[in-house]
Write a protein that binds this ligand. Structure first.
Ligand SMILES: *Cc1c(COP(=O)(O)O)cnc(C)c1O
Length: 407
């Protein structure tokens, strides 16, 4: 700490991180409050307060604070009644945690491609998947729709399909707390919405998650399961499998402080994005992730695609060179249908002969996007990136060579 009591960054000072934590004024105060009242664990008033405040912020009837976003997805699947052998549709272009809980319940994921206009679940691919499932006489039990990098999916059109087949939607809004779509907050479009407060998310409790819904009875059931499924009895009695999935009072105190600054964090991330576009948007062959005119993204991560033939370097080369310059950059998520874990799963691409997510993965780059990224650090990223583009990729041109047929 410095003389004012502010925590001084102790990580590598020269390294620029992709999406580091960004604490506000009240987090430490709430932790101290938890210590003073000895509400360290289990649960406590900050947990109740955080749930109430997330419900208010999103407009959902209720919220349940959990140990992770993954736990929230697991609880949502159980509430919908997903069991062994059931099918669950899920966005393919996402982090593995969107789909792991499907495997926890021994259900079968079927992956759905992205569409080019939002990078989120393709309406046409979802439609084809439903038609096939209907013909086969086995509709999915649930659909998990992911809001990628802070942008809501096209719920008007996606929900129209799911509603027609009467299949409930879980909105994986782990990356999109604070986003809007058609004037309605992210997380409130499906039967259940989930948020993550993992360390790299737009606000963080160091680790944690939240399940939101208008169905208060369902949330009570999940509350029961996630506290070891203790039956109402003076002794320890259990008739169902339980989980240890709740959030601690200390972490909820951090979350309440973070929620106070969420809107300013969203605005900061958006201005980081705007600056990248301003400086790099004119480079031929570079395209930033588009924003739907119906929504407002949080721009959790600034992501772009690089056409190697026009830019002269591959996304892989850019990431390697940025890393060598102590700048953390990442590829776009490797689609789940390409993961060894899911090799046997069915996949529906955007068109019969075009997989959008494959291309986004091959060409995508996520740039440092923290709400605490200083202008000078952002200039360093932009300057380094422009140098990389100018130098080109002389030693090897894998894409060119592949496309010219010379390898
Ligand atoms: C981070 C993330 C999760 C998982 O959240 P945890 O809190 O880390 O369990 C799920 N889905 C998506 C899309 C995420 O980005």
């Amino acid at each position: 700490m410095d003389e004012k009591g502010t925590i001084v960054v102790s990580q590598n000072e020269n390294k620029i991180y992709l999406s580091p934590p960004h604490m506000g004024e009240y987090e430490l105060y709430n932790i101290q409050d938890a210590f003073q009242t000895n509400w360290i664990a289990p649960l406590g008033p900050h947990v109740d307060g955080f749930e109430r405040e997330i419900a208010e912020y999103t407009g959902a009837n209720g919220a349940l604070a959990l140990s992770s976003g993954t736990a929230a997805i697991h609880m949502a699947l159980k509430l919908i009644g997903v069991r062994e052998g059931d099918i669950v549709f899920c966005s393919s272009l996402t982090f593995v945690a969107s789909a792991n809980p499907i495997l926890y319940e021994k259900a079968i994921p079927v992956f759905i491609d992205s569409e080019p206009s939002t990078w989120n679940m393709s309406v046409t691919a979802l439609q084809r998947a439903f038609e096939d499932a209907d013909k086969a006489g086995k509709l999915p039990k649930a659909v998990i729709i992911v809001n990628l990098y802070g942008q809501s999916a096209d719920y008007e059109n996606l929900l129209a399909i799911c509603n027609r087949y009467e299949v409930p939607v879980i909105e994986d809004s782990a990356e999109s707390l604070g986003a809007m779509y058609c004037g309605k907050p992210s997380g409130t479009w499906g039967k259940f919405g989930i948020f993550s407060f993992n360390g790299n998310k737009i606000i963080t409790t160091s680790g944690g998650g939240m399940l939101v819904s208008n169905d208060l009875e369902a949330l009570e059931k999940a509350r029961f399961w996630s506290t070891q499924a203790r039956d109402a009895a003076p002794h320890y009695q259990h008739s169902e499998v339980g989980y240890n999935y709740r959030m601690s009072n200390i972490l909820a105190g951090i979350g309440r402080g973070q929620l106070k600054v969420l809107d300013s964090r969203v605005n900061m991330r958006r201005s980081v994005f705007d600056r990248y576009v301003q400086k790099l948007g004119g480079v031929p062959g570079i395209e930033f992730m588009p924003e739907s005119s119906l929504g407002r993204s949080t721009r959790w991560l600034t992501s772009l695609i690089v056409d190697p033939l026009r830019v002269g370097v591959t996304s892989k080369h850019i990431i390697e060179r940025l890393t060598a310059n102590h700048i953390e950059a990442r590829p776009v998520w490797k689609p789940l249908h390409l993961q060894p874990l899911f090799v046997d799963c069915l996949y529906y691409s955007h068109n019969e002969d075009e997989s959008v997510s494959d291309n986004l993965f091959m060409q995508g780059v996520c740039l440092p996007s923290g709400s605490n990224l200083s202008i000078s650090d952002q200039n360093r990223v932009i300057g380094t990136l422009l140098d990389i583009l100018e130098q080109g990729e002389n030693d090897i041109h894998p894409f060119r060579e592949i496309l010219n047929g010379s390898v």
